[in-house]
Ligand binder design. Structure first.
Ligand code: AHG
Ligand code: MN
Ligand code: MN
Length: 336
Protein backbone atom coordinates (compact mmCIF):
# COMPACT_ATOMS: atom_id res chain seq x y z
CA UNK A 1 0.00 0.00 0.00
CA UNK A 2 1.35 3.37 -0.95
CA UNK A 3 0.60 6.50 0.97
CA UNK A 4 2.56 9.42 2.27
CA UNK A 5 4.54 12.16 0.63
CA UNK A 6 5.00 11.96 -3.13
CA UNK A 7 8.14 13.36 -4.70
CA UNK A 8 6.07 16.10 -6.37
CA UNK A 9 4.65 17.19 -3.02
CA UNK A 10 8.13 17.04 -1.48
CA UNK A 11 9.79 19.26 -4.08
CA UNK A 12 6.92 21.75 -4.14
CA UNK A 13 7.10 22.04 -0.35
CA UNK A 14 10.90 22.53 -0.60
CA UNK A 15 10.32 25.26 -3.18
CA UNK A 16 7.89 27.08 -0.86
CA UNK A 17 10.69 27.43 1.69
CA UNK A 18 12.79 29.42 -0.79
CA UNK A 19 11.45 33.00 -0.92
CA UNK A 20 10.94 34.17 -4.48
CA UNK A 21 11.52 30.76 -6.08
CA UNK A 22 10.04 30.78 -9.58
CA UNK A 23 9.10 27.12 -9.65
CA UNK A 24 11.26 26.54 -12.72
CA UNK A 25 13.60 24.22 -10.83
CA UNK A 26 10.62 22.24 -9.47
CA UNK A 27 9.33 21.76 -13.00
CA UNK A 28 12.76 20.67 -14.25
CA UNK A 29 12.96 18.09 -11.47
CA UNK A 30 9.50 16.86 -12.47
CA UNK A 31 10.78 16.27 -16.01
CA UNK A 32 13.67 14.26 -14.61
CA UNK A 33 11.31 12.26 -12.40
CA UNK A 34 9.28 11.38 -15.52
CA UNK A 35 12.41 10.39 -17.45
CA UNK A 36 13.49 7.95 -14.74
CA UNK A 37 10.05 6.31 -14.78
CA UNK A 38 10.30 5.73 -18.52
CA UNK A 39 13.84 4.33 -18.21
CA UNK A 40 12.78 2.16 -15.25
CA UNK A 41 10.03 0.72 -17.40
CA UNK A 42 12.44 -0.16 -20.24
CA UNK A 43 14.99 -1.65 -17.83
CA UNK A 44 12.25 -3.65 -16.12
CA UNK A 45 10.83 -5.08 -19.35
CA UNK A 46 14.32 -6.09 -20.52
CA UNK A 47 14.29 -8.84 -23.13
CA UNK A 48 10.47 -8.61 -23.44
CA UNK A 49 10.91 -5.16 -24.94
CA UNK A 50 13.97 -6.12 -26.97
CA UNK A 51 16.16 -3.59 -25.18
CA UNK A 52 19.06 -5.84 -24.14
CA UNK A 53 22.35 -6.21 -25.99
CA UNK A 54 24.74 -4.01 -27.89
CA UNK A 55 23.72 -0.97 -29.91
CA UNK A 56 26.56 -1.56 -32.38
CA UNK A 57 28.02 1.91 -31.80
CA UNK A 58 30.56 3.48 -29.45
CA UNK A 59 30.60 6.74 -27.49
CA UNK A 60 33.17 9.54 -27.39
CA UNK A 61 35.16 7.59 -24.82
CA UNK A 62 35.51 4.61 -27.11
CA UNK A 63 33.16 2.47 -25.01
CA UNK A 64 30.74 0.15 -26.80
CA UNK A 65 27.19 1.40 -26.30
CA UNK A 66 24.39 -0.90 -25.20
CA UNK A 67 20.91 -0.45 -26.62
CA UNK A 68 19.76 0.78 -23.22
CA UNK A 69 22.55 3.39 -23.06
CA UNK A 70 21.17 4.88 -26.27
CA UNK A 71 17.50 4.50 -25.30
CA UNK A 72 18.08 6.07 -21.87
CA UNK A 73 20.01 8.93 -23.42
CA UNK A 74 17.12 9.62 -25.83
CA UNK A 75 14.59 9.48 -22.98
CA UNK A 76 16.60 11.98 -20.92
CA UNK A 77 16.78 14.36 -23.88
CA UNK A 78 13.14 14.04 -24.91
CA UNK A 79 11.89 14.44 -21.34
CA UNK A 80 13.79 17.67 -20.72
CA UNK A 81 14.48 19.56 -23.97
CA UNK A 82 10.99 20.96 -24.66
CA UNK A 83 9.84 22.41 -21.36
CA UNK A 84 11.91 25.60 -21.32
CA UNK A 85 13.96 25.04 -18.16
CA UNK A 86 17.32 24.17 -19.72
CA UNK A 87 19.89 26.24 -21.58
CA UNK A 88 21.70 23.09 -22.78
CA UNK A 89 22.59 19.56 -21.70
CA UNK A 90 25.54 17.17 -21.75
CA UNK A 91 25.75 13.41 -21.45
CA UNK A 92 28.22 10.55 -21.20
CA UNK A 93 26.81 9.32 -24.49
CA UNK A 94 27.25 12.56 -26.47
CA UNK A 95 30.61 13.95 -27.61
CA UNK A 96 29.52 17.59 -27.39
CA UNK A 97 26.96 19.58 -25.44
CA UNK A 98 23.42 19.47 -26.83
CA UNK A 99 21.77 22.86 -27.33
CA UNK A 100 18.02 23.20 -26.88
CA UNK A 101 16.25 22.94 -30.27
CA UNK A 102 15.39 26.34 -31.74
CA UNK A 103 11.63 25.76 -31.53
CA UNK A 104 11.70 25.52 -27.74
CA UNK A 105 12.27 28.25 -25.15
CA UNK A 106 15.54 28.20 -23.22
CA UNK A 107 15.82 28.19 -19.45
CA UNK A 108 18.44 29.02 -16.85
CA UNK A 109 19.76 25.57 -15.98
CA UNK A 110 22.38 23.22 -17.41
CA UNK A 111 21.85 19.47 -17.11
CA UNK A 112 24.58 16.81 -17.13
CA UNK A 113 23.82 13.12 -16.97
CA UNK A 114 25.01 9.54 -17.17
CA UNK A 115 21.83 8.08 -18.68
CA UNK A 116 22.64 4.52 -17.74
CA UNK A 117 25.34 3.80 -15.19
CA UNK A 118 26.72 0.30 -14.83
CA UNK A 119 25.73 -0.72 -18.32
CA UNK A 120 27.93 -3.86 -18.22
CA UNK A 121 25.24 -5.14 -15.84
CA UNK A 122 22.23 -4.71 -18.14
CA UNK A 123 22.37 -8.04 -19.92
CA UNK A 124 22.94 -9.96 -16.68
CA UNK A 125 19.96 -8.39 -14.90
CA UNK A 126 21.91 -6.61 -12.17
CA UNK A 127 21.10 -3.11 -10.88
CA UNK A 128 21.85 -0.11 -13.08
CA UNK A 129 21.08 3.58 -12.63
CA UNK A 130 20.87 7.12 -13.99
CA UNK A 131 22.95 9.96 -12.53
CA UNK A 132 22.28 13.67 -13.04
CA UNK A 133 23.74 17.02 -12.05
CA UNK A 134 22.12 20.45 -12.41
CA UNK A 135 24.11 23.68 -12.71
CA UNK A 136 23.01 27.29 -13.30
CA UNK A 137 23.79 28.64 -16.75
CA UNK A 138 25.76 31.91 -16.70
CA UNK A 139 23.33 34.80 -17.06
CA UNK A 140 23.00 37.03 -20.09
CA UNK A 141 24.25 34.62 -22.76
CA UNK A 142 22.26 33.77 -25.84
CA UNK A 143 23.77 30.32 -26.41
CA UNK A 144 25.38 27.98 -23.89
CA UNK A 145 28.95 26.80 -24.52
CA UNK A 146 30.98 23.86 -23.23
CA UNK A 147 32.89 26.27 -20.95
CA UNK A 148 29.62 27.16 -19.21
CA UNK A 149 29.42 23.56 -18.01
CA UNK A 150 32.96 23.46 -16.63
CA UNK A 151 32.00 24.60 -13.12
CA UNK A 152 33.34 22.88 -9.99
CA UNK A 153 31.00 20.47 -8.22
CA UNK A 154 30.48 22.95 -5.39
CA UNK A 155 28.37 24.98 -7.84
CA UNK A 156 25.80 22.22 -8.33
CA UNK A 157 22.21 23.26 -7.63
CA UNK A 158 20.98 19.70 -7.42
CA UNK A 159 22.21 16.15 -7.97
CA UNK A 160 20.45 12.84 -7.99
CA UNK A 161 20.39 9.28 -9.12
CA UNK A 162 17.75 6.72 -9.99
CA UNK A 163 18.57 3.15 -9.03
CA UNK A 164 16.83 0.47 -11.10
CA UNK A 165 17.17 -2.41 -8.65
CA UNK A 166 14.71 -4.77 -6.95
CA UNK A 167 12.85 -1.48 -6.31
CA UNK A 168 13.30 1.64 -8.37
CA UNK A 169 14.49 4.50 -6.19
CA UNK A 170 15.27 8.14 -6.74
CA UNK A 171 17.73 9.83 -4.39
CA UNK A 172 18.20 13.59 -4.60
CA UNK A 173 19.88 16.51 -2.91
CA UNK A 174 19.57 20.20 -3.54
CA UNK A 175 21.95 21.07 -0.74
CA UNK A 176 19.68 20.49 2.26
CA UNK A 177 20.33 16.84 3.01
CA UNK A 178 19.57 13.74 0.99
CA UNK A 179 16.16 12.17 0.51
CA UNK A 180 15.24 8.84 -1.07
CA UNK A 181 11.98 7.98 -2.82
CA UNK A 182 10.68 4.58 -3.92
CA UNK A 183 8.63 4.11 -7.08
CA UNK A 184 5.25 2.45 -6.66
CA UNK A 185 4.89 0.98 -10.13
CA UNK A 186 1.14 0.46 -9.84
CA UNK A 187 0.48 4.07 -8.90
CA UNK A 188 3.29 5.47 -11.04
CA UNK A 189 4.51 7.72 -8.24
CA UNK A 190 7.66 8.00 -6.16
CA UNK A 191 7.02 8.17 -2.40
CA UNK A 192 9.38 9.47 0.27
CA UNK A 193 10.67 6.33 1.96
CA UNK A 194 14.20 7.32 3.02
CA UNK A 195 14.15 10.83 4.55
CA UNK A 196 17.43 12.46 5.55
CA UNK A 197 19.79 9.66 4.48
CA UNK A 198 23.09 9.54 6.40
CA UNK A 199 26.38 7.79 5.70
CA UNK A 200 27.70 6.31 8.96
CA UNK A 201 31.20 7.60 9.87
CA UNK A 202 32.59 4.10 10.36
CA UNK A 203 32.40 1.01 8.23
CA UNK A 204 33.87 -2.46 7.80
CA UNK A 205 32.99 -2.77 4.11
CA UNK A 206 35.02 -1.69 1.09
CA UNK A 207 34.36 -1.75 -2.66
CA UNK A 208 37.08 -1.76 -5.30
CA UNK A 209 37.74 -3.67 -8.52
CA UNK A 210 40.54 -5.88 -7.19
CA UNK A 211 41.48 -7.09 -10.67
CA UNK A 212 43.31 -3.76 -11.00
CA UNK A 213 45.37 -4.33 -7.82
CA UNK A 214 48.68 -4.55 -9.66
CA UNK A 215 48.10 -1.06 -11.11
CA UNK A 216 47.16 0.69 -7.84
CA UNK A 217 49.28 3.38 -6.24
CA UNK A 218 50.99 2.59 -2.92
CA UNK A 219 48.48 4.33 -0.56
CA UNK A 220 45.50 2.40 -1.98
CA UNK A 221 47.46 -0.86 -1.94
CA UNK A 222 48.35 -0.25 1.70
CA UNK A 223 44.76 0.55 2.67
CA UNK A 224 43.31 -2.55 0.96
CA UNK A 225 46.09 -4.81 2.28
CA UNK A 226 45.31 -3.64 5.80
CA UNK A 227 41.58 -4.34 5.29
CA UNK A 228 42.37 -7.80 3.98
CA UNK A 229 44.62 -8.54 6.95
CA UNK A 230 41.49 -8.35 9.13
CA UNK A 231 41.53 -8.95 12.90
CA UNK A 232 45.16 -10.05 12.89
CA UNK A 233 46.31 -6.98 10.93
CA UNK A 234 46.91 -3.33 11.89
CA UNK A 235 43.17 -2.51 11.68
CA UNK A 236 42.35 -5.25 14.21
CA UNK A 237 38.96 -5.91 12.61
CA UNK A 238 37.60 -7.99 9.75
CA UNK A 239 36.34 -6.25 6.61
CA UNK A 240 33.75 -7.33 4.06
CA UNK A 241 34.06 -6.59 0.34
CA UNK A 242 31.51 -5.79 -2.41
CA UNK A 243 31.84 -4.84 -6.08
CA UNK A 244 28.64 -4.43 -8.09
CA UNK A 245 30.28 -2.53 -11.01
CA UNK A 246 27.40 -0.02 -10.95
CA UNK A 247 28.50 3.10 -9.12
CA UNK A 248 24.86 3.97 -8.42
CA UNK A 249 24.34 0.67 -6.59
CA UNK A 250 27.58 1.07 -4.63
CA UNK A 251 26.74 4.63 -3.56
CA UNK A 252 23.24 3.55 -2.61
CA UNK A 253 24.63 0.78 -0.41
CA UNK A 254 26.98 3.29 1.24
CA UNK A 255 24.09 5.71 1.87
CA UNK A 256 22.16 2.85 3.43
CA UNK A 257 24.72 1.09 5.63
CA UNK A 258 28.06 2.85 5.13
CA UNK A 259 31.17 1.74 3.31
CA UNK A 260 33.99 3.02 1.17
CA UNK A 261 34.02 2.95 -2.65
CA UNK A 262 37.20 3.41 -4.65
CA UNK A 263 37.93 3.72 -8.33
CA UNK A 264 41.38 5.19 -7.72
CA UNK A 265 44.04 6.54 -10.01
CA UNK A 266 46.06 3.63 -11.37
CA UNK A 267 48.85 2.99 -13.85
CA UNK A 268 46.80 0.80 -16.21
CA UNK A 269 46.44 3.59 -18.79
CA UNK A 270 48.63 6.58 -17.89
CA UNK A 271 46.54 8.84 -20.16
CA UNK A 272 43.54 8.42 -17.81
CA UNK A 273 43.49 9.87 -14.29
CA UNK A 274 40.85 7.32 -13.26
CA UNK A 275 37.85 5.61 -14.78
CA UNK A 276 34.90 7.65 -13.60
CA UNK A 277 33.90 10.92 -15.17
CA UNK A 278 34.00 14.11 -13.09
CA UNK A 279 31.05 16.02 -14.51
CA UNK A 280 28.28 13.41 -14.51
CA UNK A 281 29.49 10.68 -12.15
CA UNK A 282 31.98 11.92 -9.54
CA UNK A 283 30.56 15.41 -8.92
CA UNK A 284 26.86 14.51 -8.51
CA UNK A 285 27.71 11.48 -6.36
CA UNK A 286 30.05 13.63 -4.25
CA UNK A 287 27.32 16.21 -3.69
CA UNK A 288 24.96 13.49 -2.52
CA UNK A 289 27.50 11.67 -0.34
CA UNK A 290 28.79 14.89 1.27
CA UNK A 291 25.22 16.04 1.95
CA UNK A 292 24.71 12.74 3.77
CA UNK A 293 27.81 13.29 5.93
CA UNK A 294 30.30 11.28 3.88
CA UNK A 295 33.59 12.35 2.30
CA UNK A 296 34.65 12.33 -1.39
CA UNK A 297 38.23 12.71 -2.51
CA UNK A 298 40.59 11.86 -5.33
CA UNK A 299 42.98 10.79 -2.56
CA UNK A 300 44.65 14.18 -2.86
CA UNK A 301 41.87 16.73 -3.38
CA UNK A 302 38.21 17.15 -2.52
CA UNK A 303 36.42 16.10 -5.72
CA UNK A 304 33.89 18.95 -5.72
CA UNK A 305 36.58 21.66 -5.73
CA UNK A 306 38.42 20.31 -8.81
CA UNK A 307 38.43 22.85 -11.63
CA UNK A 308 37.00 20.89 -14.59
CA UNK A 309 39.03 20.81 -17.79
CA UNK A 310 36.64 18.90 -20.05
CA UNK A 311 33.15 17.50 -20.29
CA UNK A 312 34.35 13.90 -20.22
CA UNK A 313 37.32 14.34 -17.87
CA UNK A 314 38.10 11.32 -15.70
CA UNK A 315 39.09 11.52 -12.03
CA UNK A 316 40.10 9.13 -9.25
CA UNK A 317 37.18 8.57 -6.85
CA UNK A 318 37.40 7.58 -3.19
CA UNK A 319 34.13 8.16 -1.34
CA UNK A 320 32.00 7.04 1.55
CA UNK A 321 32.24 6.76 5.33
CA UNK A 322 34.21 9.66 6.75
CA UNK A 323 36.73 7.87 8.94
CA UNK A 324 37.75 5.40 6.22
CA UNK A 325 38.05 7.99 3.42
CA UNK A 326 40.05 10.23 5.78
CA UNK A 327 42.39 7.29 6.40
CA UNK A 328 43.00 6.73 2.67
CA UNK A 329 43.61 10.47 2.20
CA UNK A 330 46.08 10.39 5.10
CA UNK A 331 47.93 7.45 3.47
CA UNK A 332 48.25 9.56 0.31
CA UNK A 333 49.73 12.40 2.39
CA UNK A 334 52.11 10.04 4.20
CA UNK A 335 53.33 8.27 1.08
CA UNK A 336 53.48 11.02 -1.58
P1 AHG B 1 29.08 3.35 -17.22
O1 AHG B 1 28.30 2.08 -17.34
O2 AHG B 1 28.20 4.56 -17.12
O3 AHG B 1 30.17 3.50 -18.25
O4 AHG B 1 29.80 3.37 -15.80
C1 AHG B 1 30.41 2.21 -15.30
C2 AHG B 1 31.34 2.60 -14.20
C3 AHG B 1 30.76 2.57 -12.81
O5 AHG B 1 29.41 2.55 -12.65
C4 AHG B 1 31.37 1.36 -12.16
O6 AHG B 1 31.70 1.70 -10.85
C5 AHG B 1 32.58 1.08 -12.98
O7 AHG B 1 32.41 1.69 -14.22
C6 AHG B 1 32.81 -0.39 -13.19
O8 AHG B 1 34.05 -0.54 -13.76
P2 AHG B 1 34.75 -1.99 -13.95
O9 AHG B 1 34.03 -2.66 -15.06
O10 AHG B 1 36.17 -1.60 -14.29
O11 AHG B 1 34.65 -2.72 -12.65
MN1 MN C 1 28.56 5.52 -15.31
MN1 MN D 1 26.68 5.23 -18.50
Amino acid sequence: MSSGITITQFIIEEQRRIPGASGEFTLLLNDLVSATKVIANAVNKGALAGVLGAAGSSNVQGEDQKKLDVISNDVMIESTNWSGHLAAMASEEMDEILPIPAEYPKGKYLLLFDPLDGSSNIDVNISVGTIFSILKAPEGKSAATTEDFLQPGTQQVCAGYALYGPSTMLVITSGHGVNGFTLDRNVGEYYLTHPNMQVPDDTQEFAINASNARFWEAPVKRYVDECLAGKEGPRAKDFNMRWVASMVAEVHRILTRGGIFMYPRDTKDPSKAGKLRLMYEANPMSFIVEQAGGVCSTGRERIMTLPPSGLHQRVPVILGSKNEVDKVVQYHKDMD
